[in-house]
Design a protein around this ligand. Sequence first.
Ligand SMILES: Nc1ncnc2c1ncn2[C@@H]1O[C@H](COP(=O)(O)OP(=O)(O)OP(=O)(O)O)[C@@H](O)[C@H]1O
Length: 328
Amino acid sequence: MTSAPVVPASSDPPSMISARGLRKSFGQRGKKGQGTEFEAVRGIDVDVQRGVAFGFLGPNGAGKSSTMRMICCVSPVSGGDLRIFGLDPATHGPEIRARIGVCPQEDTLDTELNVWENLYVYGRYFGLPRDVVKGRIDELLDFVQLTDKARAKVDDLSGGMKRRLTIARSLINKPEILILDEPTTGLDPQARHVIWDRLFRLKQQGVTLVLTTHYMDEAEQLADRLVVMDKGVIVAEGSPRELIERYSTREVAEIRFGVGQNEAAAPQVSDLADRVEVLPDRLLLYTEDGERALQEVLGRGLRPETTLVRRATLEDVFLRLTGRTLAD
Ligand SMILES: Nc1ncnc2c1ncn2[C@@H]1O[C@H](COP(=O)(O)OP(=O)(O)OP(=O)(O)O)[C@@H](O)[C@H]1O
C-alpha cells in the first residue's frame, strides 16, 4: 500500500512578506538649508514565501538595510505597500515584531551582562515567563554551541561567538521569520561556515530566513531565492542557479596581463568568448568552455601573467547587470 501524498493546503503558499512599489526616502538638508529627499529604496516588489531563505544581494548603499528596517517595523515606509504576515507595519508593528526575530548588522549585546544574562533580559523583554525563558536559554545555547560559555563575559567572546549569541537572542521568541542583516560580515571563513550551518538548520526547522549580504558566496550558500539590488532598485530575481544561467555563461576564463595592459589586449580576444568584461586588473572571458578559450588566447601568441578557468558565480551576474563588481 502506498501512503497518500501530502497535498499542500494551497498550491500558492501565502506570502510571509509582500512589498509592492516599496519606497524609503530620507530628508537631507542642503547647504542653504533647503530640504532635499534622498531615495534609498525606489519602488521594489518582493514576495517571500513561508520556509524559504530569501536573500537581498547588493553592494554597500544598495538599499538592503533600509528595506530590512522597514520589514522589522523600525523605520516607517515612505511609499508603496508592505505587508508582513498580511499585516501593515504602520498599524500592527507590535504584533509583527512579536513574530519576527532580528539579527542586526552590528552586535548590540550588553557588555555589562554575561552570555546567559543577555538572553534572559531579552526573553523577559518579550514578556516570556521566567521558567519559560530559562528553558529556552538552555535550548538556544545548545543550538548555537555556547553552553560552556553561559557565564562568560560578552567581551571575552570571539567575533563568531558574539554573532552566534546575537542569533540565539533573536530566536528567543521562536520567530516565524528571522531577519539577518549581513550575518557574517567581518568573520573569518571558519566562523562563517559555523553560522551558515546553524542558519541552514533553522531553515530545516521551517523558519523563514530573510538575509542581506554583499558576499556572493553567502547568497549562493544560503538563499533559495534572491533579489539583486543596486542603487535602490531590484535588478534581478531568482534562485542563484537561475540567475547564473540567465545572465552568464557556464564558465569564465580570467586572464591577467600586466598593469595597464588588460584594456589594450581586450580587442585581441573579444571573438573568443560570448562576452568579454574588462576590469582594471583582468579580463573576463564568458564562454561555455573556458579551457578552450584559454588555449586559443595562448595560440595567438598572447602571454598573460596569470590565467584561471572557473565556473560562473553571482558576482558575474552582478557585473553583467550593473557593470560593477560587488566590491566597488
Ligand atoms: N538615516 C539615513 N539618512 C540618510 N541617508 C541614509 C540613511 N540610512 C541610509 N541612508 C542612505 O541610503 C542608502 C542605502 O543605504 P542602506 O544602508 O540601505 O544600504 P545597504 O545596501 O544596506 O548598504 P550597507 O551594506 O552599507 O548597509 C545609502 O546611500 C545610505 O547612505
